[in-house]
Design a binder for this molecule. Structure first.
Ligand code: SER
Length: 563
């Protein structure tokens, strides 16, 4: 029986090498030639140019094991089979073999190498839709090879890619052992363009992906990936530090183990926790793990302790050992920082809870601004003999999730809520845009409406003429100058009256509540706004106006982006 991840990886690589595949390196977690995603999410990722037709120096048959990070499944982390960081085994045909040989090789590896009986194997194939025909060929091949448990499913299940917004993709056939999906053969013969249109690629490719964690668990007849050697040393460390048993605290322990492992691998790429892009994903992973650590009542700093077994589990990743000190010190720093907000959050809670129950809005504020999961708020409330309105908290949360889901279509499709990061930068840019418009046009400009998504901001203002090219340039410069000055963005809560007294700008007066948030950017801007905003203007990046047009009578519209 295969006992370790290294044995499984070796078996896979050797099998495909014996079928004339060349091994390619395990690439960086940060995609080199793809700005549309934050992390390498699949083994095919570094191969995109070759799937599109460029010649690969090692030929048309390739194989490797690839480290991957996926954050779109983050809500499922905590169950037995989903992980943020995982390893994927893959073999590729770049315009060489297609369905017949790919399926034959997959089945041979299963039955001959892994010794899995055919009866335990079931598969799914693509049932077709209005654009792409049903994949009857794969179905026929499986049947001819003696696999009869076949289901036909739609695009949601049996279509893979593109990895980012555009690129190679195609129908796939997924393989299940005892109902757990562990391998996926994708027949990449389509390209999706930015308009969402599918066209045939120059060549028919095969892209397969097999999850190391799941396969190892299946081979060891374990129904929980965390019971394998890929996770056990981390689990045991968490048990030691918390004095709690895995069997009784599965969700918390899984989340801590998953997030810290992923954080270690991201840190190993030289990324530090921050408020942008990969650094922001890293920050949330570490902080979420810390929150769960508190739930387990781990008293001391623990993240860097939990990193230790990760180094031992993956001795073959040199980037871990080489960056050990950096990884541990960054974990420590981040934990120290977050410990501070946790305390502030508790102070906030104490204020909120004076003689009253905690409303849904308060609960949500604690969650959003101080990173308090509702469970902590509830526990704190219990100690004071008061209640939390969990139902209305959930409604608040849902509202928020719907907003971020709407924003999901943006650039960072595979990144953990980074849409909101971009949106946040654009929100602050919109405030500076208002300031710049007033200054350049030398009149009382009023915001007539705005709409922000991760791709752009739309800003309407009172004016009845087109802006000149020079004016547009001046407005951009004005905004970028303030950005460069690195000015802190200060948020204060105050009664609406006081906000107006201080000269804060508002847009839709009638709709404001009695207490409002006011965002102040040095002497440049003071606006009543619900946010979110960056902490410092330098986080915005470069602002650019991409369009200026008429919106309605007396109203002009600007579309702007940040880079
Ligand atoms: N790209 C496919 C996947 O991620 C197969 O490797 O499942």
């Amino acid at each position: 029986m295969i006992k370790t991840r290294q044995e499984l990886i070796k078996k896979y690589l050797e099998f495909f090498k014996s079928k004339n595949h060349k091994e390619i390196p395990n690439a960086s977690l940060i995609p080199e030639n793809d700005s549309t995603v934050l992390f390498t999410t699949a083994g095919m990722h570094p191969l995109i140019p070759y799937l599109l037709g460029q010649k690969h120096p090692l030929g048309k048959r390739l194989v490797n094991v690839q480290k991957c990070i996926r954050t779109t499944d983050i809500e499922e982390v905590g169950d037995a089979t989903h992980h943020t960081f995982f390893e994927m085994l893959g073999n590729w045909s770049l315009g060489d073999y297609f369905k017949q040989e790919a399926i034959e090789m997959s089945l041979e590896f299963f039955t001959k190498e892994l010794k899995i009986p055919k009866e335990q194997i079931s598969v799914t194939c693509f049932k077709g839709d209005s654009h792409i025909p049903k994949d009857t060929e794969s179905e026929k091949i499986w049947k001819s090879l003696g696999i009869n448990k076949i289901k036909s499913l739609g695009k949601k299940d049996n279509w893979w890619g593109p990895a980012g917004e555009t690129g190679p993709c195609g129908p796939d056939t997924e393989m299940f052992i005892n109902k757990i999906e562990i391998w996926n053969d994708v027949f990449m013969e389509y390209n999706k363009d930015s308009k969402g249109k599918y066209t045939k690629l120059k060549q028919q490719n095969v892209d397969t992906g097999m999850g190391v964690e799941r396969t190892l668990a299946i081979l060891q007849k374990k129904n929980d990936n965390y019971l394998t050697e890929i996770w056990q040393p981390i689990i045991q460390e968490i048990e030691n530090l918390s004095g709690k048993k895995y069997s009784k605290n599965k969700k918390e322990i899984r989340i801590i183990a998953d997030h810290i492992k992923a954080a270690v691998f991201i840190l190993a790429e030289g990324i530090k926790p921050s408020n942008t892009e990969q650094g922001y994903v890293l920050r949330r992973l570490i902080r979420r793990a810390i929150r769960y650590g508190k739930l387990l009542e781990i008293k001391k700093q623990f993240t860097s302790e939990i990193a230790k077994p990760v180094f031992k589990i993956y001795p073959d990743y040199k980037e871990l050992t080489q960056n050990k000190e950096f990884i541990q010190s960054e974990l420590k720093k981040e934990e120290e920082k977050f410990d501070k907000t946790l305390e502030k959050g508790i102070n906030k809670f104490n204020k909120m809870s004076k003689n009253k129950n905690i409303s849904g809005k308060d609960g949500f504020l604690l969650f959003q601004s101080y990173g308090f999961p509702i469970e902590i708020t509830q526990e704190l409330a219990e100690e004071k003999n008061i209640k939390v309105d969990v139902k209305s908290y959930e409604q608040e949360l849902k509202k928020h999730q719907e907003l971020s889901r709407t924003a999901q279509k943006g650039k960072f499709k595979s990144g953990l809520a980074d849409e909101s990061e971009k949106t946040t930068r654009l929100h602050t840019a919109a405030h500076l845009l208002l300031t710049a418009l007033k200054k350049v046009l030398k009149k009382n400009i009023e915001q007539k409406g705005s709409n922000i998504n991760p791709e752009r901001l739309r800003f309407d203002f009172n004016s009845n003429r087109k802006l000149t090219k020079e004016e547009i340039k001046k407005i951009e410069d004005e905004v970028n100058n303030i950005i460069k000055k690195a000015i802190p963005v200060i948020k204060e809560e105050m009664p609406l009256k006081q906000a107006y007294k201080q000269g804060a700008q508002g847009t839709f007066r009638a709709k404001y509540p009695k207490i409002v948030s006011v965002y102040t950017i040095g002497n440049f801007s003071k606006e009543i706004c619900t946010g979110p905003h960056v902490k410092n203007t330098k986080e915005i990046g470069k602002f650019k106006i991409v369009k200026e047009q008429s919106s309605s009578a007396g109203v002009r519209r600007i579309k702007g982006i940040v880079e």
